[in-house]
Every structure is written in C-alpha cells, then in structure tokens.
Design a protein around this ligand. Structure first.
Ligand code: ZN
Length: 340
C-alpha cells in the first residue's frame, strides 16, 4: 500500500536546486492513500515529470486524497484554477492542471527558500501564500496560515470581520482551533495533507527509546536537515550542525534524554541555548529559545521542559535547532531521534 520515493526533498526545497548531500537522504512515503488515488499514480507521474516536479509525486497523491479521495472526475479540484466551472474537467485534465499549479507553488517556494509545506498550503490558499511565508520566516506554520486566512484571504473575498464557521476533526481539535474563516480557505490544509505522508531517515539507524523528539509531537516538520545548506541569512553554504524544527513561540522544549546541563546561556548565533551532557561522550544542544528554564549544573530527566521555543540569535523564525554531539563532533540527529 505504501509507495516510497527517496531523495533529498527537504534539501531541494530549501536550496531551490538539486543538491546532493550524501549522508542526508530522507525517505518520503505515501501512507493510507486509497486504491482510487493510487490508480491515478501513472498520470500524476507523467504530468509531475512534464512540469519538473517528479520528486513531489507523493505530495500530489496526498493532495488528491484530500481534494477528492479519487472520487469524481475533477480529482485534483483544479477546474477553478483554470477559470472553469467546478467539476468540469476530465480526470486527466484535472491531474494535468493540478500538477501544473503545484509546480508553480513549488517553484516559488524554491525561489524564495521556503519549505515544501508553504507550497502545499498554497494549493488551498493560492500562490500568494508562498510570498507571505517568504517574508515571514520562510517556514509554513499554523500561526502564519491562520493569520493569512483571517487577515488576507477572507477580507479579499468579502469576510473582513473574521466570521468563522465550525470545523471539527481530530486535527482542529488537537490544536484547539475547531473553526475556519468564512471565505478564508482551510488554514489547516497542509496539516491535513501531511497525514498521508510520512518522512523518516532512509538509513534506518534510529536507536529506539533512547532519545526522544525534543518538542511536542505536533511539531513534526523538519525545515532544515543536518548537513551543508544555503544559510538563510548569510546566503553562503554552511555546515548545518543540527535539524531545525519549526515551533510556535513559547512551545515546550524537552530534554531529549536525561543528563546534566553543561551549557545554558546566550550566544549571538545560537541565541538562548541549552547543552545537556548525557554521559558516554554524547551531548545534545537546543538553540534559539525565547526562555531558559534550567541553568548550568541542573540535572534533567528525559522529557523535562528545559526551555521555551523562540527565535533568538541567528534565526529567521521560531524554531528549535537540535544538535547531537558525539566526542565533540556534530553528528546527524536523525540517527538518534525519529520524526513523530
Ligand atoms: Zn539550525
């Protein structure tokens, strides 16, 4: 049932070009995609390839699941983006237009160094959302999409007063946001699409139950992986010493494993950071926090809240930069933690 494609998707989305980073392959797999949608996979592959987004077939299938579940003819619900009446396309025309539209979103996200989820959300909001994300931290998150929905999209379509209607499902309930704005699209769209996609390191080396994900499980996007990347501020290629996980301001940052705090201070690039020594030459680092809740010498237990998320230091948006060091060398954190 699962289709698997392996490539440097996150890296590509960030760098705007195909960049091979040997150690940093990410596996993106479609999950729970139904047979109807899978039946359209050859057409999706054909048109994704035609429009230069062959690496994003998994995302397009996930979008189709949300748009139609493979039912009806306009399976990508793309007739309106062609200026045609709803449901007026054949399945192939719908897929062709859907792939074209998504390719435009991906291209804009790449050009502006935004994450792939900005492109996914713009399938619902329109392409201007990518530019909005580009000027607001370059990483899609629910705060940004809700603001865009409430103050940009809805007013443009006649709802300037923030009128909402109920929208209740497990995702909206988990966020405590069981509403959408009238004429404001679906600000949870990218999150809904993500349920059909799983990402994991392709090397498969994850030590179970040893280290835990350093932030609450609803923050499960990696906006920048470990390895060489184009730095968003200096625009030079730099070694990225950890993974970046976008979080809301003030989100809980957890000790990934029990240990002793050996660093809790401010640094111009790391911002407010915490270092925890776990023994055996292994330590973890948590950067860009708004607030620190531990100090030098604090003994912490796994899962203890050690800091609150933020964007201090060299940072373009609220996120947790998480590093793992072994005998003084930064190593790939994805060999230690799993995306929830
Ligand atoms: Zn980082």
């Amino acid at each position: 049932m699962a289709v698997v494609t392996t490539y440097n998707q996150t890296v590509q989305a960030l760098m705007g070009k195909k960049q091979s980073i040997d150690s940093q392959s990410v596996t993106v797999a479609a999950s729970n995609i139904n047979d109807k949608v899978m039946g359209y996979k050859p057409l999706v592959e054909q048109y994704a390839s035609e429009y230069g987004i062959e690496d994003y077939v998994t995302y397009i299938l996930a979008i189709m699941m949300v748009e139609s579940g493979g039912n009806g003819n306009d399976v990508m619900q793309s007739s309106e983006s062609l200026g045609k009446p709803p449901n007026s396309l054949t399945a192939e025309e719908s897929i062709k237009q859907g792939c074209y539209y998504f390719s435009q979103a991906v291209k804009r996200a790449e050009e502006n160094e935004c994450d792939i989820w900005a492109a996914v959300q713009s399938y619902n909001f329109g392409l201007s959302y990518v530019y909005y994300v580009a000027t607001n931290g370059k990483v899609h998150n629910i705060d940004l999409s809700e603001y865009f929905s409430r103050y940009r999209l809805a007013p443009m379509l006649g709802n300037a007063s923030g009128t909402t209607y109920p929208y209740v499902n497990e995702y909206s309930q988990a966020l405590g946001k069981t509403y959408l704005y009238s004429n404001g699209g679906n600000f949870l769209y990218a999150m809904i699409v993500k349920q059909y996609i799983t990402t994991s390191p392709s090397n498969g080396v994850v030590s179970e139950n040893e280290f835990m994900w350093p932030v609450p499980a609803n923050y499960n996007y990696i906006s920048s992986p470990f390895g060489n990347r184009l730095h968003p501020i200096s625009h030079t290629y730099k070694m990225h010493s950890g993974i970046d996980i976008p979080v809301n301001y003030g989100a809980d940052i957890y000790a990934s494993k029990s240990g002793t705090v050996t660093g809790a201070s401010y640094h111009s690039s790391m911002g407010n950071y915490v270092i925890i020594d776990h023994g055996g030459g292994v330590s973890t680092v948590y950067m860009h926090n708004s607030e620190l809740l531990v100090s030098l010498g604090t003994v912490v237990t796994q899962g203890q809240v050690i800091a609150k998320g933020g964007s201090t230091g060299a940072s373009t948006g609220n996120h947790c930069h998480f590093s793992v060091k072994v005998n003084g060398e930064y190593v790939d954190p994805m060999n230690y933690v799993k995306v929830p």
